[in-house]
Ligand binder design. Structure first.
Ligand code: ADP
Ligand code: MG
Length: 206
């Protein structure tokens, strides 16, 4: 990995902080105006717990997940927390990852989110960017693509997934209370997931 896991999580934290107001504004439209606040509070706490010399990917991801679970109120804390914890279980002792590892990480993160939140694709959640991203990544690497090329494709599909959330009714989470009125608004969690994937892509570019 061109940058270490500490740099990767730092970049995610930075992008979340940069998009705090944007994510909160999206959540104001169909939720309770706290998604950006929740996510940036969580990643501020994560950065306080990590030290730059940590290189065990699994240990860092587990710490990230546990911190998000304990510090973030709202649906997104336990969901992202579980995703990072599940990814961490697959990467204990590793300081570098292959495309096969990344495939497993994305799949395990999604499985964790689904186990916890019981949502499927098409319910206007973070899964609507993550699932297409994971599928595109797998397709690309099966064709022999490298990590960055795979992640480029993943981000493109995640972006399409975010656009797709504007066209559908929320049936999970707070936005589901709005029913049809949720149409026309992009999902905050799908957006923070896209931001996360773009940070991972940029981190892998080095
Ligand atoms: P809350 O909705 O509790 O205020 P946040 O605002 O931080 O929490 O997060 C909202 C986001 O969480 C939504 O935009 C959606 O993407 C995601 N979300 C909510 N419920 C679920 C679920 N069951 N499965 C997956 N993602 C979910
Ligand atoms: Mg909210």
């Amino acid at each position: 990995m061109p940058s270490g896991i500490y740099e990767c999580i730092s970049l995610i934290a930075e992008r979340i902080a940069d998009n705090k107001d944007f994510l909160t504004e999206l959540d104001r439209e169909i939720g309770d105006s706290d998604h950006g606040i929740n996510m940036s509070r969580g990643f501020t706490a994560v950065m306080e717990k990590l030290s730059p010399d940590e290189s065990d990917i699994g240990a860092v991801l587990k710490k990230t997940g546990m911190t998000l679970l304990s510090k973030v109120g709202g649906a997104s804390g336990p969901l992202y927390g579980t995703a990072y914890m599940e990814a961490g279980k697959l990467t204990v002792g590793k300081t570098d990852i292959t495309t096969e590892d990344m495939k497993s990480i994305l799949e395990a993160a999604i499985a964790g989110i689904q186990k916890r939140g019981k949502a499927v694709k098409g319910e206007k959640t973070m899964l609507d960017s993550l699932i297409p991203a994971s599928e595109s990544f797998n397709k690309k690497i099966a064709e022999g693509a490298d990590m960055v090329t795979g992640l480029e494709a993943a981000c493109e599909s995640a972006r399409e997934g975010v656009e797709y959330t504007k066209t559908i009714i929320a049936t999970k989470g707070r936005a589901s209370y709005l029913g049809e009125r949720s149409i026309g608004h992009q999902d905050p969690g799908a957006t923070s997931a896209l931001i996360t994937l773009e940070a991972i892509r940029d981190c892998m570019k080095g």
